[in-house]
Design a protein around this ligand. Structure first.
Ligand SMILES: Nc1nc2c(c(=O)[nH]1)N[C@H]1C(S)=C(S)[C@@H](COP(=O)(O)OP(=O)(O)OC[C@H]3O[C@@H](n4cnc5c(=O)[nH]c(N)nc54)[C@H](O)[C@@H]3O)O[C@H]1N2
Ligand SMILES: Nc1nc2c(c(=O)[nH]1)N[C@H]1C(S)=C(S)[C@@H](COP(=O)(O)OP(=O)(O)OC[C@H]3O[C@@H](n4cnc5c(=O)[nH]c(N)nc54)[C@H](O)[C@@H]3O)O[C@H]1N2
Ligand code: SF4
Ligand SMILES: [Mo]
Length: 711
């Protein structure tokens, strides 16, 4: 068949949690793919979440498949020269097995660490968690999702007994009456999702956006509340205070479906509107207007993203927004509820199947004896041989070179993306042994003793779970280049070298079938989901248990909690929370607040998108966004280089002067390494429950910089 007429392979974007449906059509050599047959991205209008729409990242995603930046041979550091040099797969794998084995033998099993990523497919996340516990026998595994939605996950579990990003399909957003969108800039971070907010407003619904910046998303709002960074907890409590004061609670719902209201109400009542105005900077009339919009609508939702979550009090903050939903009867009902917009391609599934420090597949707890027995039986090991919970992501990175001597890293680039990154980089450099599996030579891979070049999304099959809890199938559309292996092949080969011939198949469907069994009966039950069903049904929402044959197939669960919450007694739990300041507040030495986040054309640490020409042209480098008043006070003009310094370090980037940000706050995107690396500055203060670092608030001082400074 002529390639141009070949049918497109249905699949999903490699980047964010929206997991937009797309098609991949083969292209012939010479027709746009210089390095051989490639694929081109085409529309897939039938997929309901994005209905064909893609952002620039998705549209250009195929470029990295044929990019010259791609790794196509394993690299091993030459002890003589200290440089990375091409090696055979056998040499590279032997070195990795040896490095991991030696650290364990000399310093104990917990001296070997594993760091995963929320971009890995369910199959890979599952295999990586199993590899750590069964092959390495280490408790020291965690992943970058800890930096992402762990606070919302913890708050979800605490209030509802279950953690799934959205408890309803995204399309419900267009049909509710009011949405409070807290700290999400989805016009840039999930552009096709903006359509649901537009439809909401076309349908007469109201949109409230809470963001210290007037973002492209905030511009769409009926009401934009611009809090001082780190004060969302006070804001949510202030709104709840007003809900009570104005008699807008839903007493019937509270009595029938919740516990703990008295304590939560008492805690909220301490947050008087005037006090909340002082803390947040949001005028009382705006607080009242928000309560009116939220309560006047017949149904309403609160959606949070990283703004309120990436704080050292993120769990309590999300808890306060959930309290607001529960007190007004806006949860566990059609078109109402609280949801978290997850982040990475498999941000949801990646946190369910065991790459998290405290977790076993199916969202089971590692410290639950019944869960250990169930999973141990699927893995064919002794439950007592499974290690216990380990350190959280930042704590794990902080222990590198100390108690942890060797690290296997798959699917993350912490040299750019971890908080207090200069310190983390120094910890990584102090390891006895580092192995990184990646598709490009990321800043972290460049520090490795061994780099393993792996296949990309379009070259291998696997499942992801999007922000709605919808399990999706990414299909292999082309062969990986010669010299490259899949992550599953890598784990299988390492397991064999470390004495486990069986249990690590390279076939993703075989891994998925084992994952189904391991998850059966757990909170995130995938046992009724098969590749075939996903393909036939545009995805399947978990929980989806396998039913006895005579009962037919379980339909999956697009909407959670309509009858009961997932707590043992079916009732949601209010959590009494009170406001507290950020871990680091501005003072005389560091008088300005720094917050960080994303821009449309770059993805995360930029390892992938900085290597795509069109995206790089659209967003070529870091910047510091600051208000004209602040710029004037500092004598900084638009485009001039500004140095930003915190207690962790110093960075410099061109100033972008804009009235769209609060005068007391500056914003930096975190996509770049080097002198403009935002994470040189960020504070690794951790949330006590979720262990989320405070990426969204720290104290800095600014000055005009003379020339490009080295980080
Ligand atoms: N283009 C692009 N898209 C992405 C990604 C990417 O890197 N690039 N990454 C994906 C991933 S993994 C994630 S997690 C999501 C993240 O998606 P978002 O959460 O939308 O992204 P952020 O830019 O980190 O933060 C959102 C907003 O929070 C605001 N904010 C900062 N501090 C505060 C605060 O204290 N309170 C409140 N209420 N808001 C605050 C920022 O001004 C910013 O506009 O995006 C996903 N999509
Ligand atoms: N200051 C600040 N820092 C932040 C944030 C913030 O808002 N502000 N947000 C945080 C959040 S929410 C997140 S999610 C993290 C993300 O930050 P990172 O964890 O660094 O995420 P990525 O840049 O996506 O890194 C993924 C790496 O894996 C590689 N890769 C992609 N696919 C595969 C695969 O299938 N297999 C393997 N082996 N490798 C693959 C990519 O090339 C890339 O090098 O950053 C966090 N850091
Ligand atoms: S919105 Fe997310 S999933 Fe959709 S095309 Fe863009 S990056 Fe890909
Ligand atoms: Mo994320």
């Amino acid at each position: 068949m002529n390639a141009a007429n070949a049918p497109a392979v249905d699949t999903h974007c490699p980047y964010c949690a929206l997991q937009c449906g797309m098609g991949l059509r083969p292209v012939e050599r010479g027709s746009g793919a210089p390095d051989g047959p490639g694929v081109t991205v085409v529309e897939r209008t039938a997929f309901p979440v994005n209905r064909g729409a893609l952002c620039g990242k998705g549209r250009t995603a195929a470029e990295l498949l044929v990019s010259g930046a791609r790794l196509t041979s394993p690299l091993v550091r030459d002890p003589a020269t200290g440089e990375l040099a091409p090696a055979t797969w056998d040499e590279a794998l032997d070195r990795v097995a040896d490095g991991l084995r030696r650290a364990g033998a000399e310093h104990g099993r917990d001296a070997v660490g594993v760091f995963g990523g929320g971009g890995l497919t369910n199959e890979k996340a599952y295999a990586l968690g199993k590899f750590a516990r069964v092959v390495l026998g280490t408790s020291q595994i965690d992943y970058n999702g800890r930096f992402c939605m762990s606070s919302a996950a913890a708050a979800h579990a605490r209030a509802f007994g279950l953690d799934r990003g959205l408890p309803f399909p995204l399309a419900d957003v267009a049909r509710t009456g009011c949405v409070i969108l807290v700290g999400s800039n989805l016009a840039e971070t999930m552009p096709p999702a903006l359509r649901y907010l537009t439809e909401l407003r076309e349908n007469g619904g109201r949109l409230i956006v809470v963001d210290p910046r007037r973002t492209r998303t905030a511009e769409q709002a009926d009401l934009h509340l611009a809090p001082r960074p780190g004060t969302d907890l006070a804001l949510a409590l202030g709104l709840l205070h007003l809900v009570v004061a104005e008699g807008r609670t839903d007493e019937e719902f509270i009595a029938a479906r919740t516990d703990g209201w008295d304590e939560a109400r008492a805690a909220a009542m301490a947050h008087w509107p005037e006090m909340v105005e002082r803390i947040t900077g949001i005028p009382v009339p705006d607080l009242r207007a928000a309560v009116r919009m939220f309560c006047d609508a017949e149904s309403s939702m609160v959606l949070t993203a990283r703004g309120p979550e990436q704080q050292a009090k993120g769990t309590d903050t999300v808890g306060a927004w959930i309290n607001l939903c529960l007190a007004t009867g806006r949860a566990g009902r059609e078109l109402s509820g609280y949801g978290c917009l997850t982040g990475q391609g498999n941000g949801q599934g990646g946190r369910e199947h065991g790459q998290k420090a405290d977790q076993l597949p199916g969202y089971r707890k590692l410290d639950d004896p019944a869960a250990r027995r169930h999973v141990a039986q699927v893995w064919d090991v002794d439950p007592d041989a499974l290690p216990g919970p380990g350190r959280s992501a930042y704590e794990l990175l902080d222990a590198l070179g100390g108690e942890i001597r060797a690290l296997l890293l798959m699917g993350s680039n912490p040299v750019v993306s971890a908080p207090r990154a200069a310190h983390v980089e120094e910890r990584i450099r102090s390891l006895d042994f580092l192995a990184v599996a990646d598709v490009v030579l990321s800043e972290t891979a460049a520090l490795a003793d061994v780099v393993l070049p792996v296949a990309q999304w379009a070259e291998e099959t696997g499942t992801t779970t999007n922000l709605e809890g919808r399990v999706l199938l990414r299909r292999r559309a082309l062969d990986p280049p010669p010299g490259v292996r899949t992550d599953l092949e890598v784990l299988g080969a390492l397991a064999a070298r470390l004495g486990r011939e069986k249990g690590f198949p390279a076939d993703p469907e075989e891994v998925f079938d084992e994952l189904r069994r391991a998850s059966a009966g757990g909170p995130a039950d995938y046992s009724g989901i098969t590749y075939r069903r996903i393909a036939a049904e545009d995805g399947v929402f978990w929980p989806c248990p396998e039913l006895p044959e005579e009962a037919g197939a379980h339909p999956g669960t697009p909407r959670l909690f309509l009858e009961r919450f997932a707590t043992p007694d079916g009732r949601a739990r209010f959590v009494p929370v009170v406001h507290r300041p950020a871990a680091e507040e501005p003072d005389e030495a560091y008088p300005v607040l720094l917050t960080t986040g994303r821009v449309l054309a770059q993805y995360q640490s930029g390892a992938q998108t900085r290597r795509v020409a069109e995206l790089n042209a659209a967003a070529p480098g870091p910047f510091v966004e600051l208000h004209p008043h602040l710029a004037e006070r500092l004598g900084i003009a638009d485009g001039e280089l500004v140095a930003v310094e915190s207690r962790r370090g110093r960075a410099a980037a061109p100033a972008r002067v804009t009235a769209a940000i609060r005068p007391d706050t500056v914003f930096m995107p975190f996509h770049w390494p080097g002198p403009g690396r935002a994470n040189t500055l960020t504070n690794p203060a951790l949330d006590p429950t979720s262990r989320m670092p405070e990426f969204k608030v720290c104290a800095v001082r600014l000055e005009r910089a003379q020339q490009v400074e080295r980080a």
